[in-house]
Design a protein around this ligand. Structure first.
Ligand SMILES: NC(=O)c1ccc[n+]([C@@H]2O[C@H](COP(=O)([O-])OP(=O)(O)OC[C@H]3O[C@@H](n4cnc5c(N)ncnc54)[C@H](OP(=O)(O)O)[C@@H]3O)[C@@H](O)[C@H]2O)c1
Length: 325
């Protein structure tokens, strides 16, 4: 089983420093945030990957406090993360039939992976979506989906994000990765958060990762080292949202290792920040849409894992208390 550990090569790029052009709130804490800027040694990354490949042992899934009806655990092959997840096999979603009090949702990161699954599922239930995309190809593809308007833009451009979000009543960001030496995990997410603040879009869902902030200890130390840059960049975005956007109804969802397979419907959210495991991208999307309409999840940080699938990093026999939406 191969760990889907983001894009390891992109993690070797130096994390960019944050832009600070338009927010005094950001600049007031810039020195503190600078301290979080990690330096990632390519040598360390390579060594850690080698160590991981030796010590990683497949462990059968968790025991959840919620009854798990699936007896046959999916033997999921963790994917290579390079292909567009428009190839994700989509099953019918448990969230697709419900309606939302939010009528027009801004999605950043909707061209692939979890974000793409979110866009598709929102469309299936009749919710309008505005998706920020970087390529003509993604725009063409998303524009074909009912109720979806794709807008060309770059998450590094705050004003472009703000213009795209204008008229939406909720914002979801699944942004991740690097462009050249710039990492979008902090800068792009921060632009989404800041744009929502400027426009008065109060419902914000930020997708980060297990291993960020209070869940740092959930990640085995070797895994944390490999993912340090990306986790710390995402953590900075989390901190901005929590510390400065106190009037927002934010939710932070931290998934475990992502897998591109059909949803199991068995994934859970938990406030247990020691939990780690795997989860299918489509299940994350389903949970994010449920979170959108759940007032219980406002101002909450929740980890997302699937106890019904195997994970090489999960703690065998761990009881995971499921968060009730
Ligand atoms: N892989 C894992 O195991 C794992 C585990 C936990 C959390 N996560 C995080 O979960 C999230 C979803 O992951 P995923 O693998 O499903 O999706 P992904 O492949 O990481 O997708 C990232 C999305 O962000 C977009 N993006 C990146 N930079 C951008 C920019 N400058 N402007 C506009 N859009 C930009 C990409 O658009 P393009 O198509 O233009 O590139 C893409 O739609 C990510 O934040 C990821 O880091 C991943």
């Amino acid at each position: 089983m191969k760990l889907d550990t983001y894009n390891i090569t992109s993690m070797m790029a130096t994390t960019s420093s944050s832009s600070s052009s338009s927010s005094s709130r950001r600049s007031s804490s810039s020195s503190r945030r600078q301290l979080l800027e990690p330096l990632c040694s390519p040598v360390l990354v390579v060594i850690t990957i080698l160590v991981l490949s030796v010590v990683t042992v497949p462990i059968n899934g968790y025991i959840s406090s919620r009854p798990i009806t699936t007896t046959a655990f999916a033997r999921s092959k963790l994917d290579g993360r390079t292909s567009s997840t428009s190839s994700l096999l989509m099953s019918s979603s448990s969230s697709s039939s419900s309606s939302s009090k939010y009528k027009k949702i801004f999605v950043a990161g909707g061209s692939k992976g979890v974000g793409h699954a979110i866009v598709t599922k929102l469309s299936e239930r009749g919710t309008e979506v505005v998706a920020l995309v970087r390529s003509e190809k993604s725009k063409k593809e998303l524009d074909k989906i009912d109720g979806v308007t794709a807008i060309l833009g770059d998450a590094f451009d705050q004003k472009g994000v703000e213009n795209a979000m204008d008229g939406c009543d909720a914002a979801i960001t699944t942004l991740g990765g690097t462009t050249g030496d710039r990492r979008v995990d902090y800068e792009g997410n921060n632009n989404v958060i800041e744009s929502a603040g400027i426009l008065g879009v109060q419902r914000i869902i930020l997708l980060t990762s297990i291993g960020c902030g209070s869940s740092k200890e959930a990640a085995p130390p070797a895994v944390f080292e490999v993912l340090k840059d990306v986790l710390e960049a995402k953590e900075k975005a989390e901190n901005i949202l929590m510390d400065y956007y106190t009037n927002s109804n934010w939710s932070i969802i931290r998934p475990g290792g992502l897998v591109s397979e059909v949803m199991t419907g068995q994934a859970i959210l938990t406030e247990d920040n020691k939990t780690i495991g795997s989860i299918h991208r489509e299940d994350v999307a389903d949970l994010v849409i449920k979170v959108l309409d759940s007032t219980n999840t406002e101002r909450k940080i929740l980890s997302a894992v699937d106890p019904s699938i195997t994970s090489s990093v999960a703690v065998e026999g761990k009881v995971i208390p499921a968060f009730e939406l």
